[in-house]
Design a protein around this ligand. Structure first.
Ligand code: AMP
Length: 117
């Protein structure tokens, strides 16, 4: 069977599409969002193409834990540790998800409103 078409973010992982990568390891890649919604806006994604957190499986537990801890580490490395930052996962149409490859937004560098729009 043919492999499914790669997602945009798989192509970024495989360096087929350029991105401003701020951190990567064997499990995840973190890169700057192309249309930033805050002074610092980075996406952290698993190399594994999990569409969204709703489709994550029990065997993804360690990967998602790694992603969360690294998101905080990346946020600190970008100077957001002191002032704070927001981590966001948009899951599905109502949440505004546009790329079907699980990604955690790191947003920081300005005061955030709550509740989100
Ligand atoms: P979401 O709306 O939660 O699915 O987030 C998708 C994010 O991906 C948006 O914030 C987009 O600006 C961002 N995005 C789309 N294409 C690219 C790209 N080629 N490089 C970096 N970020 C991108």
């Amino acid at each position: 069977m043919d492999k499914m078409e790669k997602t945009l973010f798989e192509k970024i992982c495989d360096k087929e599409i350029p991105a401003d990568i701020v951190y990567e390891d064997d499990q995840i890649v973190a890169f700057r969002d192309i249309a930033p919604k805050a002074p610092t806006h980075v996406l952290v994604i698993p190399r594994k193409a999990i569409p969204r957190v709703n489709e994550a499986q029990p065997e993804d537990q360690a990967l998602l834990g790694h992603l969360m801890l690294k998101a905080a580490e990346v946020a600190r490395s970008l100077g957001l540790g002191e002032g704070g930052f927001r981590l966001v996962l948009n899951n599905g149409a109502d949440a505004g998800e546009t790329v079907p490859h699980l990604h955690c937004h790191i947003l920081g560098g300005r005061k955030m409103a709550w509740p989100p729009g």
